[in-house]
Design a protein around this ligand. Structure first.
Ligand code: ATP
Ligand code: MG
Length: 325
């Protein structure tokens, strides 16, 4: 019996995969994105351990696989753009994407690439740094609620209220400077904050804002490599600050804080995605897929036009065509 020979030359494998990809229709892309992103989705798991999630994923095709990653991302971005158009037209739902990560994990690049096909009118990015005096005069959600996306829009938080159980938890002195009444600084403050965050997201989801949270899971080793690049490459110097090196010393405490917050705030309606971030193109594919999965769950559609409205459009068309001058 003649057996069919399988060509294992990476170049041929890549060509074949690309051809198969190009034949995918929109539904196919969405189905693929959902399946792919699901591997990194956490929806509430008492046993959640960060160490069970990879920071790097080996690409079996190595360098030759790069065009596949690029093609997939391009498909993802196109699909996202189409979905955003419907989100905007329908004007009912909104999507809040929260990006959290250690320094140099690639938040900025991921936001830039994944949202590259999106209509800027329907999207708004807010970066949260150390709070100002005015912000410290309010509860910590105040500055976040002011920047929530309107209906029909995608809002992106580059860092968020989750810093309140990360940097504030790791550095005692930041909590002390928050001007909270002393009586309220109790042992259960972190648990209480996590409960409030879970409730806040549940409140938002009941009001039509879906919150999807993305943790870019970079390794300490890869962070070191990227910091060294920021020091060695003049064009990247501006990205490096001594504060980054300081925070790196608290890696363990940060990881423990991330593990706990993901465990306690990942829910079915507001999942966390723990994205392997050592490989940037791979991370971007996971993120694009996660956003597609979120938008797909909203069952978006263009607003329906009634037969009376269709008839009126035809009358207006006639009027326009018969216009004199
Ligand atoms: P990049 O370094 O890529 O420009 P970034 O998000 O790290 O992006 P930075 O200005 O370096 O931006 O850092 C913002 C800093 O603000 C972070 O160290 C973060 O922990 C801190 N921060 C954010 N929210 C709070 C908060 N509520 N309290 C104290 N510090 C905060
Ligand atoms: Mg920084």
């Amino acid at each position: 019996m003649a057996t069919k020979k399988i060509n294992t030359d990476p170049k041929v494998v890549v060509e074949n995969k690309l051809t198969a990809l190009k034949e995918l229709d929109k539904k196919g892309v969405v189905a693929k994105a959902k399946k792919f992103s699901n591997q990194y989705k956490v929806v509430g798991d008492k046993k959640f351990k960060l160490k069970d999630f990879a920071t790097n994923v080996d690409n079996e095709l190595g360098k030759a696989g790069k065009p596949i990653a690029q093609q997939l991302l391009q498909f993802g971005v196109q699909t996202l753009a189409g979905m955003q158009d419907k989100l905007y037209a329908q004007d009912r739902w909104s999507l809040l994407l929260i990006f959290q990560a250690m320094d140099a994990a690639g938040k900025d690049g991921a936001i830039k690439h994944v949202m590259s096909g999106i209509n800027p009118q329907g999207c708004q990015v807010t970066a949260f740094k150390a709070p100002s005096h005015e912000e410290l005069d309010h509860d910590y959600l105040w500055r976040c609620t002011k920047n929530l996306p309107e209906r029909g829009r995608i809002g992106i938080f580059n860092r968020s209220y989750y810093e309140e159980v990360l940097v504030v938890r790791v550095h005692d002195e930041i909590l002390k400077a928050q001007k909270l009444p002393e009586k309220l600084i109790t042992k259960s403050i972190w648990d209480d904050r996590l409960e409030d965050m879970r409730n806040f997201e549940s409140y938002l989801s009941r009001n039509g804002t879906m919150v999807v949270k993305i943790f870019l899971n970079v390794s300490k080793k890869e962070q070191k490599k990227r910091f060294l690049e920021r020091i060695d490459i003049p064009e990247k110097n501006w990205k490096f600050s001594s504060a980054d090196l300081h925070e790196r010393k608290y890696w363990k405490q940060y990881m423990a804080a991330y593990e706990e917050l993901i465990k306690k705030t990942a829910t079915e309606q507001s999942p966390w995605y723990v994205v392997p971030a050592d490989n940037k193109p791979f991370a971007r594919m996971v993120i694009a897929s996660a956003i597609i999965a979120a938008l797909d769950s909203m069952k978006l559609a263009y607003p329906k036009v009634s037969p009376a409205q269709v008839a009126e459009l035809q009358i207006l068309k006639k009027e326009l065509l018969n216009e004199i001058g």
